[in-house]
Design a protein around this ligand. Structure first.
Ligand SMILES: [Zn+2]
Length: 473
């Protein structure tokens, strides 16, 4: 069994293989930093975190790009309302996004290109599209993409082109465009843009990038830099981005390069609060920092999200979150117990068998279009059966611990208090080795000093016949 993913392009679950293994290029549409991202946004980002971690677990070398949209209609409007320059307004929200990312234990992307710092690449892309005759300057001075020149437009969203036409006509009275479906690549600078510092000079006129253009330009620039590639292995985002955002990204990129833009398109479903899509308008808007301020363990949020498949809508309720909190606590207790028992050194036995069976189920579940609910069910079954085996004094805890640790590299759902940062764990192991050395040479003063040093960082140690055990309290 190998990894298979649901590809929105084909509407099928397809076996996944990157263009140049083991390298996998992954682009995920990042936050628009006009305000705090809400937990609906973070549901998408966490599904992408699961994808990223499972690719790494499967042996791939992932290069992950996440952009920051720090110039668009919303950021400009918000900056103007606040009476600030664009970068002054977005800087604290960028900072907040990184804090939220760390709180929710998202693996940082390798690069976070910012739209305002990638304008030269955007200008080059527009020039390329103008040269190729698929873009034109409208009567209003903005540059538009000519959809009629790109016959495969609509392939991702599968929207009827007539439908698109009618929808666009009703929604807009923009006569500057040749075709009402055409979208802006570059918007002519308006006084409001100049006021907040959101305008750049370009050979085709002073202005600012359209949001869709930003993602095409930044992803192409980054994969060219990292991998000399023009095609992404994976592109992911929320389902609300399929049309028009991702459709437009494909049109711009493929019209410029003549190559497929992304081989796999993955889309995460919405998060609902009390049955309604979360939005400021409905008054059910919740941010990651709201949860953090309420003392919610990020592990519970992660587990709650994993318990619904990423392609199904998730209903966020206090009860469901509390239930996930109980599950996380159980995992933490199990982890402590297995760690204690692992000291006996035996790698074979009933526990090892249970762990091996779990690992097979865990992989099969995640290989099947990231079926995290099934992977979690297998995890709790392991906890149940392994606890019973431990009650009966079965050996093999050391092997079970290794398997459990590897699964946590993907799910990362241990309670924050029990979860040991990899850097801290290395430091602890290093200190314990130094203390062992001191004890062997009968330097008990030094050994005691190291014990105190560890205690100072909340690490308790216990000397057992099979070596020194430690835990962070
Ligand atoms: Zn995007």
């Amino acid at each position: 069994m190998t990894l298979a993913l649901y590809n929105t392009l084909s509407r099928r679950v397809e076996p996944f293989a990157p263009l140049a293994p083991p390298r996998v290029t992954l682009y995920t549409c990042g936050p628009t930093v006009w305000n705090y991202a809400h937990i609906g946004n973070f549901r998408t980002f966490l599904f992408e975190d699961l994808l990223r971690r499972y690719l790494a677990y499967s042996g791939y070398d992932v290069f992950h790009i996440m952009n920051l949209t720090d110039v668009d209609d919303r950021t400009i409007k918000a900056a103007a309302t606040a009476g600030k320059r664009l970068e002054e307004h977005t800087a604290p929200f960028i900072q907040a996004f990184f804090e939220d990312r760390d709180y929710l234990r998202m693996t940082p992307a390798h690069v976070y290109p910012r739209a305002t710092q990638s304008v030269p690449a955007m200008i080059r892309l527009v020039e390329r599209l103008l040269e190729r005759g698929v873009a034109y300057k409208g009567d209003d001075g903005s540059i538009y993409f000519a959809i009629a020149k790109f016959p495969s437009y609509g392939r991702l969203s599968r929207l009827d082109t007539r439908e698109l036409k009618i929808g666009a006509r009703v929604a807009s009275d923009e006569y500057a465009k040749d075709d009402p479906r055409d979208f802006a690549l570059w918007k002519k600078a308006e006084p409001a843009d100049e006021q907040v510092g959101a305008a750049w000079d370009a050979p085709f006129g002073r202005g600012r990038p359209g949001w869709h253009l930003e993602c095409s330009a930044m992803s192409l620039e980054q994969i060219e830099k990292c991998c000399r590639a023009e095609t992404l292995d994976l592109h992911a985002g929320g389902v609300d981005l399929i049309f028009p955002h991702h459709e437009d990204e494909i049109a711009q990129s493929e019209a410029a390069t003549g190559k497929p833009f992304a081989r796999f398109w993955l889309h995460g479903e919405f998060l609902n609060v009390r049955g309604t899509k979360m939005s400021k308008r409905f008054g059910n808007f919740l941010t990651a920092r709201d949860l953090r301020d309420q003392g919610v363990d990020a592990a519970a949020v992660r587990l709650l999200f994993w318990q619904t498949h990423y392609r199904k809508a998730l209903d966020f309720t206090d009860e469901a979150l509390a239930g996930a909190g109980v599950g996380v606590k159980r995992l933490g207790e199990f982890y402590e117990r297995v760690k204690r028992e692992a000291g006996n050194g035996k790698r074979e036995g009933r526990l090892a068998e249970l762990a091996a069976a779990f690992e097979t189920d865990f992989r099969a579940a995640l290989d099947d279009d990231l079926n995290a609910p099934r992977a979690c069910a297998a995890l709790f079954e392991l906890v149940h059966e392994a606890n019973a085996a431990l009650d009966a004094g079965a050996p093999g805890a050391a092997a079970a611990l290794g398997v459990f640790d590897r699964a946590m590299q993907v799910l990362d759902v241990l309670p924050t208090a029990k979860r040991v940062d990899a850097g801290l764990a290395r430091w602890i192991e290093d200190r314990i080795a130094a203390r062992d050395k001191a004890r062997k040479s009968k330097d008990f003063k030094e050994a005691d000093r190291i014990r105190a040093e560890l205690a100072g960082r909340g690490v308790e140690i216990e000397d057992t016949p099979s070596g020194t055990q430690w835990r962070v309290v």
